[in-house]
Design a protein around this ligand. Structure first.
Ligand code: PEP
Length: 254
């Protein structure tokens, strides 16, 4: 049984006051859901500056807190970076690792992603590991091999037990922030392919790993996506910045 996860990636948005208000609205909305957000896990990933404030709003509730990035070292001379123990200290249990925007704009490679995944697990936290092909890679028919390479390198040296503690997010780069969603069929095809690769590398634990879809998930397409057998949730960007649209996604009806 894979409990669905709906995670909101706030990216570089929200002042402190805005962050508090959005976190409070999401927390209250989830608590009110008679139709049950209870069977699903809800995660908010605000920017570093808002983590402490959002942690305060979420305290004692059911919504989890994630960071959008972390350094793999515990401490040291890494100007501008934030470590896993610091994130844990502020109340984060999860970290998004290898988001395509970090790969694209910050030069994050699969080897860096791997260091972060292993460090996150070692810190007792849960990585949400992002993979996905660009439009050029898909048009060249390389989407499956690209994702397979990202999995092999990004999850290198992970044990089958470690695999059970990660969450994967398949996010085709051409669908992120573009309004162009992968059709439920294309997304399912890729999720099934990812699960097959995991099974080849790790054995039966692959069936228990949650694989989220990300890329222009909105209130009007989430239900169809969540009907697919290998889609276990969503990583949401644009549509998580307003409580109403995010809560509608949380309340998806498969
Ligand atoms: C994301 O940032 O992970 C994402 C999927 O963004 P959007 O929903 O805006 O495409």
């Amino acid at each position: 049984m894979r409990r669905p996860v709906i995670a909101g990636n706030w990216k570089m948005h929200k002042t402190l006051a805005e962050a508090r208000a959005l976190a409070r609205a999401v927390r209250n909305g989830c608590a009110e859901s008679a139709d049950g957000a209870a069977d699903r896990e809800v995660v908010l990933a605000p920017p570093f500056t808002a983590l402490a404030a959002v942690a305060g709003e979420l305290e004692g509730g059911a919504v989890s807190l994630a960071a959008q990035n972390a350094h793999w070292e515990d401490k040291g001379a890494f100007t501008g970076e934030v470590s896993l123990p610091m994130l844990k200290d502020v109340g984060c249990g999860m970290v998004i690792v290898g988001h395509s925007e970090r790969r694209q704009y910050c030069g994050e490679t699969d080897a860096v992603v791997n260091r972060k995944v292993l460090a996150t697990l070692k810190a007792g936290m849960q990585p949400i590991v992002c993979i996905g092909e660009t439009l050029a890679e898909r048009e060249a028919g390389r989407h499956e091999s690209v994702v397979a390479e990202q999995l092999a390198a990004g999850l290198a040296n992970l044990t089958p037990g470690g695999l059970l503690r990660i969450i994967l997010a398949y996010e085709p780069v051409w669908a992120i922030g573009t309004g162009r969603t992968a059709s439920p069929e294309i997304a399912q095809e890729m999720h099934a392919c990812i699960r097959k690769r995991l099974a080849e590398g790790f054995g039966t634990s692959a069936g228990e790993v949650r694989i989220l879809y990300g890329g222009s998930v909105k209130p009007d397409n989430v239900d169809a996506l969540m009907r697919q057998p290998d889609i276990d949730g969503a990583l949401v960007g644009g549509a998580c910045l307003e409580a109403e649209s995010f809560l509608r996604i949380v309340r998806f009806q498969p």
